[in-house]
Ligand binder design. Structure first.
Ligand code: EPZ
Length: 420
């Protein structure tokens, strides 16, 4: 297994182009199962999770290919398999996103029940409830979710008990081909949901309300493939901006509408960074200053994103003052604190809150990645620590960050990937 070796003490300085969003690309790729004809998807990032989704779609009978420029072609007209197997689903929970499309297109689906992961139990009960409300008959047998709707799905009025990104995505995709109109309430409002709706609309779906708490989907007889470019990755961008702030440097991220960053830039400004924005770029500059401690509490969009919590934990570890970082979305997403303590961070966990007393410096140490965003936070900690930090199990980071060591090297970091 690969590791990253980081030698800290270098201010980041430079410009990077934002990659396409992993969390927009995955549901959009699943949605191609709904389309008649080929879909040409641009700005699909080169990531482990994307490769897994392409493998899953191929196993369902889709024809998939990636062009030299990175665009992905997916054609599902011959895709008649409806089983998403355990060996794929266990490597990527987002495989559950094929459930709604398979059910809507083929009237049945068998998707391995996704297990939990490091950050929480990650149930899918709300996905199932929404599809049952559309008339699906669903049971769980032998570790598989077995779903049937032999006469097609039927429009419904369904309210999610809690806001769920994946649950919203599965329901919207299923409703797009249902008979009649579906109203979904208390839905997720993340920018990635808006991107999925815009993709579905480009295929002929009749959907209104994206970005609000209620979606209205009027089912149509069929959807047709086309060309679409996925949105930039706001979490990747936020991660590099936090790394700039933590190292006292300056990073500009291009080809992204700064508005999708939401409260991330507000929090960087509260930490003392100068954040400048253009029509399609955002820049974070710390000018050598030590960041100020900044409290964060994670919430569904438009609140502070849980996917940026670990990165701000790393920023607070070397900030001036004490910060409280509270995780309300997932039940076990503060694990990076334990590894940062090995680097000299002063962090006390009380329930779902990390109380962080910022230190003037951290010391490099061998640490272990536990999940995607915790891995990114350990890289940030390594960038600011004195000495060498070795981060093991970085397959976690390869799930969601394209060429992270190459990007950071281009910004002046001393970071290498070592194998074995
Ligand atoms: C998506 O996961 C993202 N993944 C996650 O990003 C992100 O952290 C999360 O949304 C929240 O923004 C992708 O888009 C591929 P949820 P998802 O359903 O859809 C509970 C990353 O680092 N819940 O919004 O799985 C659940 O346990 C990843 O890129 C139920 O109880 O998240 C959690 O507490 C990590 N029942 C809360 O809702 C359900 O049926 C929010 O989960 C579904 C969810």
């Amino acid at each position: 297994m690969d590791s990253l070796i980081v030698r800290g003490g270098h201010r980041l300085d430079g410009t990077l182009r934002a990659s396409g969003s992993k969390n927009a690309a995955l549901p959009i790729m699943a949605a191609t199962l709904l389309a008649q004809g080929a879909c040409h998807l641009e700005r699909i990032p080169v990531l482990r999770d994307i490769a897994t989704m392409l493998t899953l779609l191929s196993s369902l009978g889709a024809t998939v290919s990636r062009a030299a420029d990175g665009a992905v072609r997916i054609e599902c007209d011959q895709a008649c398999e409806v089983t998403a197997p355990y060996d794929l689903v266990k490597t990527m929970r987002a495989s559950i996103l094929v459930l709604g499309p398979l059910l809507a297109r083929h009237g049945k689906a068998a998707v391995s029940f996704p297990g939990g992961c490091a950050i929480g139990s990650r149930p899918v009960d709300l996905h199932i409830q929404a599809l049952e409300a559309m008339g699906a008959a669903i049971s769980v047998e032998g570790g598989y979710i077995l779903a049937e709707a032999p006469h097609g799905l039927v429009g419904t009025d369904f309210t999610f008990d809690i806001t769920t990104v994946g649950g919203t995505e599965n329901a919207v995709m299923a409703a797009s081909l249902a008979n009649g109109t579906t109203v979904l309430r208390n839905v997720a409002r993340e920018p990635e949901i808006i991107d999925l709706v815009q993709f579905l609309r480009s295929m002929g779906a009749d959907i209104a309300g994206e970005g609000t708490e209620m979606l209205t989907i009027r089912g149509v007889p069929c959807l047709t493939g086309g060309t679409y470019s996925v949105m930039p990755d706001r979490i990747e961008v936020g991660t590099y901006l936090v790394a700039a702030a933590a190292t006292g440097g300056r990073v500009r991220m291009t080809d992204i509408d700064p508005s999708v960053l939401g409260v991330i830039t507000d929090k960087l400004r509260s930490a003392g960074a100068s954040v400048r924005e253009g029509e399609q770029w955002v820049e974070c500059e710390m000018d050598g200053k030590r960041p100020q401690a900044v409290d964060v509490t994670t919430e569904p969009f438009p609140g502070f994103p849980t996917d940026m919590q670990a990165q701000f934990t790393a920023l607070n570890a070397i900030a001036q003052g004490e910060a409280r970082v509270t995780e309300t979305v997932f039940e076990n997403r503060l694990m990076q604190a334990h590894e940062m303590r090995r680097m000299g961070a002063h962090i006390v966990i009380e329930g779902n809150t990390a109380i962080i007393s910022g230190q003037p410096s951290l010391q490099g140490a061998p640490v272990m990645a536990s999940d995607l965003r915790a891995s990114a936070s350990l890289v940030i900690a390594g960038l600011v620590a004195s000495g060498e930090t070795r981060i093991d199990r970085i397959y976690h980071i390869d799930r969601g960050y394209e060429n992270i060591e190459g990007n950071l090297q281009s910004l002046g970091a001393d970071i290498q990937r070592v194998s074995g």
